[in-house]
Design a binder for this molecule. Structure first.
Ligand SMILES: [Ca+2]
Ligand SMILES: [Ca+2]
Ligand SMILES: [Ca+2]
Length: 132
């Protein structure tokens, strides 16, 4: 009986794993659109800065294992401070390796050419957002 329940729970988790990234992906695109204040199709550093300030006030739901690791209080949400820690670590990784994979929607915002990798150039926007 217990095994059946575990299996059910696992199935639910599996579905969640597939459904939530799809929403997250749309979120990243919507963000780029939102960031382009003068609607010229180009998001400048300045526009990112404004956008990041705005987003810093928001909080985002924990969608994957990476985000979960940074959810320090385990409430299922990444508050601005927790997101910042996550981005800080990613920035350090880029400094060390020259590039890093995009793991979360918060990071996808800095992958300006949307190739799934944040390179050193793109990390400049990240650095700015972190205020380092
Ligand atoms: Ca623009
Ligand atoms: Ca949290
Ligand atoms: Ca990129």
């Amino acid at each position: 009986m217990a095994r059946k329940l575990v299996f059910k729970l696992f199935a639910v988790l599996l579905v969640l794993c597939f459904v939530t990234p799809a929403f997250a992906q749309r979120g990243a695109k919507a963000k780029a659109k939102h960031a382009d204040k003068n609607k010229d199709g180009v998001v400048t550093q300045r526009e990112w800065k404004i956008e990041n300030k705005w987003e810093a006030k928001q909080k985002s739901r924990v969608n994957n294992a990476v985000e979960k690791r940074y959810d320090a209080d385990g409430n299922g949400w990444l508050e601005p401070g927790e997101t910042k820690e996550m981005l800080k670590d990613k920035y350090r990784l880029i400094q060390t390796n020259g590039r890093a994979k995009v793991d979360t929607p918060a990071e996808a915002a800095y992958d300006t050419n949307s190739d799934g990798i944040i390179d050193v150039q793109e990390a400049a926007g990240l650095k700015q957002a972190l205020g380092e």
